[in-house]
Design a protein around this ligand. Structure first.
Ligand code: NOJ
Length: 615
C-alpha cells in the first residue's frame, strides 16, 4: 500500500468488499447522531444544504460593480434549480467595508451599496415563496469604528459609560505608551490601537482600544449589560422581519479572560498550515497536525472560547425559541478539539457550529475519516447533528487547495509568486470531496461558485487586493480576496455577466479562466460541475442522506487511501490513493464525481461514487 504510482490502468491495489454491513471487523464503526432520536423530529436546519452568498460577489443588479440584494432576488430561480434548502448571506449592513462588511456601522439597515431594507424584505419574501430559508450574519464581537457607539466613546473620554461599551484600557509604561497587553490581532500586528492625543484626556495619555481584527473593528465589551441588550434587540429586529437564523461571527470571541492576561500565541481563524509539505504520498504521512498539536498545546488563548460565551448563547436561544418556525443559530467558532466545539451546540445553546476540522483535513483519507468520526461523535454526545463545509469566504477555494503539491495545506491566500495549483487535478478531487461531504449525515454548507468548480484567483495584483489581513501582514499573508472574486454568469458578457452590460467593472478582477466556468457554459451540459452538483443534491434529497446514519465500510482501512461508508441505501466510495480500486459488483453507480472517475468496474484515483445495491 505504499505505492506512489499514478493510475496506469494496471492491477487494482485495493477493493471495496462487504460494503454496507455495519460491523465488519476493526474498520467498521457506526456513529449515529442522536439528534432526531432525542427530539423526535428533525428541524429543517439539521439536514439542510445551506448555500453561502457573499453578496458583494454574487450578482450585481444595479451595475455598480458590487453585488447586491436585488441580484440575490434575481438569481433565486438558479438557487432553486440547484436544490439548496437555505442561503446564508454574509453582511450587507451599513458599513465602511474595512473588512468587507464584517465591520458594521448600523446593524439595522442595509448599506446603499447592497440596496435597501425594502430590497431585503422583497428578497426574503421571494426566497420564502420558493421554500428557501434565509440566514443572516450577525457580527457581535466588534463594530465598525464608524458605529455611533464608537464615535460616542471617542468623544466621551475615559471612564465614561460610552467607553465602557468597548474594550478601552490605559497603556502600560510610564506614559501609557505601551499596549495594555501583548495580544496580536488575527489579521497581524498588535491587537491594540492607541487613540490620537486629540481624542483623549486620560492621566497616562490617550487610551488604547482592543481589536482582535482590524483597527477599524473595535471589540465590544460583553461584560456591559447595554451591549448584551442591544444585540438581543438586533436579533429581534431581524427575527421580526422573518429571517430563519443567524450565522454568528467569531462566536467564540465575545468574552475575554478576566484581567486580559498576556498570551504569546498568534490568534488565527484558519489554523491549518500543513507541516507535511515535504511528503510525497499523503497517505504515508503521520497525522502531524491534529495529533502533534494536542501534545504540545500552548495555554488556551485568553481571547477565545471562554466559559462566559455560553451564557450569551443560552439567552439567545431563548429569544429565538419565542419565534415560530425553528429559527437557528450557527456558530463560526474556530475551536478545537471537537468536544470543545460541541459545547456550543449543547441543548439550549446554538443549533449548529461550522465544522472547520473537516475543511482542514485536506485531501487525505485518514484525516478525513478521523475528522468525520470525531465530529459525529462529539456532536452526537450533545444530541446535535454535525455540519460539513469545504470552502467559504475566508479560505482558499477547495479545488485550488486540492490542486497544490501538498493537498492538505491551507495557505492564507495565494499570490502570483507562490506555487500555482494543478487546476484539473484540483477540480477532480474537489468534486470527489463534494460527494464525500454530501453523503454525510447532517447539514452541509456550500460556498457560492463551488457548484461551478470555481478556482481561487491566485494571481491578483497588489493594487487589486482589499483584505485587511494582506495589508496588516505586509503582504506576507496574501489574504482572502482570491476566493471572493465576483461570479461568472455569462461567458460572453462584460464582467462575465456579473452585472448588466453597462455595469462598472466588478470590484475585484476576474481571471480569464472564469469564462470557462461561467454558468452559461455549464447549464444543461452533461458532466459539467454545475450539473454534477444539481444531480448530487437531488440524490441527497431523494435518499435522505441528511438524516441518515453513517456506517464505515470495511474497505475504509487506514493507509489504504480509500474512504468508504454507507448512509442508508447509499454506499459512498472515494479513492484518495494513487491507484485504481475495484468497486463492489453487487452495487451499481448512481453518480460519479467526474467523466474520468470510472474505468470499467474500477474507481480511478481522485474520484468518488455513490452506489446502491443492485436489485
Ligand atoms: C470571520 C469572518 O468570516 C471574516 O470574514 C471576518 O474577517 C472576521 N470574522 C472578522 O469579523
Amino acid at each position: 500500500m505504499s505505492s506512489t504510482s499514478k493510475n496506469t490502468g494496471g492491477p487494482a491495489r485495493g477493493s471495496v468488499t462487504g460494503a454496507g454491513s455495519p460491523a465488519g471487523g476493526n474498520s467498521a464503526v457506526q456513529v449515529e447522531p442522536a439528534f432526531a432520536a432525542s427530539t423526535g423530529r428533525s428541524p429543517w436546519w439539521s439536514t439542510a444544504v445551506i448555500y453561502q452568498i457573499y453578496p458583494r460577489s454574487f450578482s450585481d443588479a444595479d451595475g455598480n460593480g458590487m453585488g447586491d440584494l436585488k441580484g440575490v432576488t434575481d438569481r433565486l430561480p438558479y438557487l432553486s434549480r440547484l436544490g439548496i434548502d437555505a442561503v446564508w448571506i454574509s453582511p450587507f449592513y451599513v458599513s465602511p467595508q474595512a473588512d468587507a462588511g464584517y465591520d458594521v456601522a448600523d446593524y439595522r439597515d442595509v448599506d446603499p451599496r447592497f440596496g435597501t431594507l425594502t430590497d431585503f424584505d422583497q428578497m426574503l419574501a421571494a426566497a420564502h415563496e420558493r421554500g428557501i430559508r434565509v440566514i443572516v450574519d450577525l457580527v457581535p464581537n466588534h463594530t465598525s469604528d464608524q458605529h455611533a457607539w464608537f464615535r460616542q466613546a471617542l468623544e466621551s473620554g475615559p471612564g465614561s459609560a460610552a467607553r465602557d461599551r468597548y474594550m478601552f484600557r490605559d497603556g502600560r509604561g510610564e506614559h501609557g505608551e505601551l499596549p495594555p497587553n501583548n495580544w496580536q490581532s488575527v489579521f497581524g500586528g498588535p491587537a491594540w490601537t492607541r487613540l490620537e492625543e486629540a481624542d483623549d484626556g486620560a492621566a497616562t495619555g490617550p487610551q488604547w482600544y482592543l481589536h482582535l481584527f482590524d483597527a477599524r473593528q473595535p471589540d465590544l465589551n460583553w461584560q456591559n449589560e447595554e451591549v448584551r441588550q442591544e444585540m438581543v434587540s438586533i436579533l429581534r429586529f431581524w427575527l421580526d422581519r422573518g429571517v430563519d437564523g443567524f450565522r454568528i461571527d467569531v462566536a467564540h470571541g465575545l468574552v475575554k479572560a478576566e484581567g486580559l492576561p498576556d498570551w504569546a500565541g498568534q490568534a488565527a481563524m484558519v489554523s491549518g498550515e500543513s507541516s507535511t509539505a515535504e511528503a510525497t504520498n499523503v497517505e504515508d504521512e503521520e497525522e502531524v497536525r491534529m495529533g502533534g498539536s494536542a501534545q504540545q498545546e500552548p495555554p488556551r488563548s485568553p481571547m477565545f472560547d471562554q466559559e462566559g460565551v455560553h451564557d450569551i448563547y443560552r439567552q439567545w436561544n431563548e429569544v429565538l425559541a419565542e419565534y415560530h418556525g425553528d429559527r437557528m443559530l450557527v456558530a463560526e467558532a474556530w475551536v478545537e478539539p471537537a468536544e470543545r466545539l460541541a459545547r456550543y451546540i449543547r441543548p439550549g445553546e446554538m443549533h449548529q457550529a461550522f465544522n472547520f476540522d473537516f475543511l482542514l483535513a485536506g485531501w487525505n483519507a485518514r484525516r478525513m475519516a478521523k475528522s468525520i468520526d470525531e465530529s459525529l461523535t462529539a456532536a452526537a454526545s450533545v444530541g446535535a447533528p454535525s455540519t460539513w463545509v469545504l470552502s467559504n469566504h475566508d479560505t482558499i477555494r477547495h479545488p485550488t487547495r486540492f490542486g497544490l503539491a501538498d493537498p492538505t495545506s491551507v495557505p492564507k491566500g495565494i499570490g502570483r509568486q507562490d506555487e500555482q495549483p494543478d487546476e484539473s487535478l484540483g477540480l477532480a478531487r474537489a468534486r470527489a470531496a463534494t460527494l464525500i461531504m454530501l453523503a454525510l449525515p447532517g447539514s452541509a454548507y456550500l460556498y457560492q461558485g463551488e457548484e461551478l468548480g470555481l478556482p481561487e484567483h491566485t494571481e491578483l495584483d497588489h493594487a487589486a487586493r482589499q483584505d485587511p489581513a494582506y495589508f496588516r501582514t505586509g503582504g506576507e499573508e496574501r489574504g482572502r480576496d482570491g476566493c471572493r472574486v465576483p461570479l461568472p454568469w455569462n461567458s460572453q458578457s462584460a464582467g462575465f455577466g456579473f452585472g448588466p452590460d453597462d455595469a462598472a467593472e466588478p470590484w475585484l478582477p476576474q481571471p480569464e479562466s472564469f469564462g470557462r466556468y461561467a454558468v452559461d457554459r455549464q447549464d444543461g451540459v452533461p458532466g459539467s460541475t454545475l450539473e454534477f452538483y444539481r444531480s448530487a443534491l437531488s440524490h441527497r434529497a431523494r435518499f435522505q442522506l441528511g438524516t441518515g446514519v453513517l456506517v464505515w465500510s470495511p474497505a475504509n482501512k487506514p493507509g489504504s487511501g480509500v474512504l468508504s461508508f454507507t448512509n442508508g441505501q447509499v454506499l459512498m466510495v472515494a479513492n484518495l490513493s494513487t491507484d485504481s480500486i475495484d468497486l463492489p459488483p453487487e452495487h451499481q453507480v448512481i453518480i460519479s464525481s467526474g467523466p474520468d472517475a470510472l474505468d470499467g468496474s474500477h474507481l480511478s484515483p481522485n474520484a468518488a461514487v455513490w452506489m446502491t445495491p443492485r436489485s
